[in-house]
Design a protein around this ligand. Sequence first.
Ligand code: GDD
Ligand code: MN
Length: 379
Amino acid sequence: MPDRITQVEPPTVGRPGGAPVLSVIVPCFNERPNVAPMIAKLDAALAGIAWEVIYVDDNSPDGTTLEVRRIAQQDGRVRCIRRIGRRGLASAVIEGALSSSAAYVAVIDGDLQHDESRLPFMLSALQAGGYDLAVASRHVEGGDSAGLSSRWRHMLSDGGIWLAQAFLPVRLTDPMSGFFMLPRTLFEELARSLNGQGFKILLDLVLSSHAPLRVLEVPARFRERAAGESKMDALVMIQFGGLLLDKVFGGLLPLRFFSFALVGALGIVIHLSVLAVLRETSPLGFESEQAIATLVAMAFNFELNNVITYRDQRLRGPRLWRGLLLFMVVCGFGAVANVGIAQVLYERHTTWTVAGGIGAMIGVVWNYAVSATLVWRAR
Ligand code: GDD
Ligand code: MN
């Protein structure tokens, strides 16, 4: 199988009655008020290009699907996939893109935060050849992230970028971007290796390619949300955790999650035992002893997960050491998210047990989700 799809350059205007040149995939959940304005903006931005928009709605309670269908009745370029009983940004994007027959697929948020006027430029850059992927970036000259809602979001975002940058095969100043475009055939080629659980679909795409993708970064503004609210907050993470637990009664992955969580619980026991022994025997202060216990517990967790949870993808040799390092970094972030979110909840007068429990759960879900994507990558 070739590493790269050689694309026959498609015309900007599609064959009449045939597939469009560009499918714009819009994952959405509770975006009803944003649907009509978004389509109007796409229509303006994409004048002269044969395009369609594919909304992938996870059966939003606000009736987003109804609104898309209402417009679709007047406009054949508007399509909608309604998913029932499933949630998730990444899997929504995958399904939308795989339903396309266009030459190119773009992914954009449905809340008007992304600057759709960048689309024609991204398309012509890809059509000109030389690039596999165009990514709208807030962190190149001319882009900005003013729309990020809080300092907390900025911290999370910067942290994520740093983490991703350290391990990416290509340079991406905005690896968390949810706005990008690539040839549909390339997406299909990579789709097999995508981990639909991951919520960072762009990272997943880049990591799934055997040969490093040639990425064009396009500066873009990140606007304030027009209506509705962000789903990428603590609640989504909680729902995500709940969803994972829910699936325990039927799926395959959840077993992994349980194994992961059990190993984590065992890790706490190890941590406390090591700490207890050190307290008795070592001359070091509490802080150093706590740090040593943490490292031992992490290494223990890593190896146990490697042998049990990810038995089928067990890392060996040099990849083992790289995996261990990555695992420790990922869990470090998990701990920061855990403490940060618990703190926010606690400040909003949630009882300490609930705040602490939710924080811990988010930590576990994060560690699980990110290590599944970054440490033990299904190949
Ligand atoms: N189908 C579906 N299912 N769509 C979803 C889901 C889901 O479970 N969760 C969120 N979406 C949709 C939203 O309706 C929106 O159109 C888009 O995905 C982005 O979600 P937001 O909730 O608006 O995310 P955000 O603005 O906090 O995050 C954006 O910026 C991040 C960088 O800071 C996204 O573009 C992220 O991908 C990006 O990492
Ligand atoms: Mn948003």
